[in-house]
Design a protein around this ligand. Structure first.
Ligand SMILES: [Zn+2]
Length: 88
């Protein structure tokens, strides 16, 4: 049995995890997996984390991930990719 993924936005959240956010910049990669209801919270948190470290050139990519019980195993699906913040 695969272990159920836990929504990382709120450890009390019991909704199915279905999105993965990946923050990437030079040498740094940080992932978070959340349910649909916490998608915006997750993106906001990743961007705030990058901004707090001065990673202005980072990008956040969002993937839709299949449920753990999907048979056959499904690929993650690209949803969106966005810069942490524009040049200012
Ligand atoms: Zn959640």
């Amino acid at each position: 049995m695969p272990s159920l993924r836990q929504c990382e936005a709120d450890h009390a959240c019991t909704h199915a995890v279905c999105f993965r956010g990946v923050l990437e910049t030079a040498g740094i990669r940080r992932c978070a997996e959340v349910c649909a209801g916490h998608l915006v919270d997750m993106i906001t948190a990743l961007m705030a984390w990058a901004a707090s470290r001065g990673l202005g050139d980072a990008r956040v990519t969002v993937l839709a991930i299949p449920p753990v019980h999907a048979e056959p195993a499904q690929e993650s699906v690209f949803v969106a990719s966005m810069p942490v913040r524009g040049a200012s």
